[in-house]
Design a protein around this ligand. Sequence first.
Ligand SMILES: Cc1cc2nc3c(=O)[nH]c(=O)nc-3n(C[C@H](O)[C@H](O)[C@H](O)COP(=O)(O)OP(=O)(O)OC[C@H]3O[C@@H](n4cnc5c(N)ncnc54)[C@H](O)[C@@H]3O)c2cc1C
Length: 410
Amino acid sequence: MSINETFVIVGAGLAGAKAAEALREQGFDGRLILIGAETHRPYERPPLSKGYLAGADEREKIFVHPEGWYAEHDVEYRPGRTVTRLDRGAAQVELDDGDLIGYDKVLLCTGSGPRRLPIAGAAADGVHYLRSVDDSDALREVIAKSSRLVMIGAGWIGLEVTAAARQAGVEVTVVETAELPLLRVLGAEVAQVFADLHREHGVNFRFNTSIAQIDTAAGRATGVTLGDGSRIEADAVLVGVGAVPNTALAEAAGLSVDNGVLVDVGLRTEDPNVFAAGDIANAQHPLLRRRIRVEHWANALKQPATAATSMLGGAGSYAELPYFFTDQYDLGMEYVGYVEPGEYDQVVFRGDVPGREFIAFWLKNSRVLAGMNVNVWDVTDPIKALIRSGAEVDPARLADPTIDLSQVAS
Ligand SMILES: Cc1cc2nc3c(=O)[nH]c(=O)nc-3n(C[C@H](O)[C@H](O)[C@H](O)COP(=O)(O)OP(=O)(O)OC[C@H]3O[C@@H](n4cnc5c(N)ncnc54)[C@H](O)[C@@H]3O)c2cc1C
């Protein structure tokens, strides 16, 4: 199939690597080129703020494929090379070494990068961001050497690093502009669970607080000055204020970009030869009937198979519900579904919330939009089924752990 064709994948993260795998699995036997700006072969990022950061997971475990996989599958993997231009007219990509590669189909998997803080001191030594394995290695050393850390931002990455640092005995102050951690994603009811968890582990929170600047001495961060003028001293500062999709290449190529590259249910852009998957794809979702862009491992893992089908001319449609997970101290959780901030009208808890063994459901008009299981396992499929069914549920039955989740309709 397609033996004379060349497919180029731009970005060798999880999505890029899985796309190469899916194309070969689906029978593409033409030239397949995977170009990645990083020098490490494709790896998964979740361990970088969890087990790998804590030194519990070995480095070899983070990689998507064994070292020899790319050659064995005839994938021309070009590490350490950035695609600087996508020329749709000439159907070619240009690399930072000047190389030009013609393509029949191109898949954009350029992912996202950390949002930078536009404040004084943000470029000083001792100010850290976490996206790559190199960042994680550097941060592990910082945690080992520091006694006080300031975390800017109480999102997932900030909280996971906070947990790792606390477990290593580091004093951590988390500064957050909102009144609770993860407030935008979880809403106040469930965000409180994470605030309590971290407080119990000795974390100092400064909510409703802005950062005026990162203080420095001789070019090194020494702490932060808050919006009210007070100071917090620290040996290092970690900035975890979210990620932004790497859309510059797509934008310069004239593709439609709005919070990611706009793609249809089959991950096709408006150009029939250009596709996008993973963190950068703002994709039409057939069940949710809207475009969504998520920065989730499971999305980068599974979307590429649909993109591959579309690249091969098939009728792909990506209909998985968003899914993500976190591990912090002894709390493990999975979240499935999709709720825009403020879009729900009820939260129902099933189980033991103070004991942190429960499921939370977000509802609108008595229908389940999302569910999060905390230290309760093997319930993702029934939660997904509830969301997909769109059925009205009885909140009392939903809250009752003795009633099977398939029996909660009203
Ligand atoms: C520390 C951390 C912890 C996380 N934990 C979780 C978690 O617990 N659960 C969860 O669901 N998700 C988690 N995520 C999110 C998850 O890792 C991402 O959703 C996933 O990595 C997205 O994969 P991707 O391939 O789309 O993009 P990326 O992983 O960002 O990979 C994109 C790659 O493309 C390269 N690139 C960009 N532009 C170019 C170019 N022009 N030319 C060549 N190469 C280019 C980049 O260098 C990068 O290597 C975490 C992320 C981080 C950073």
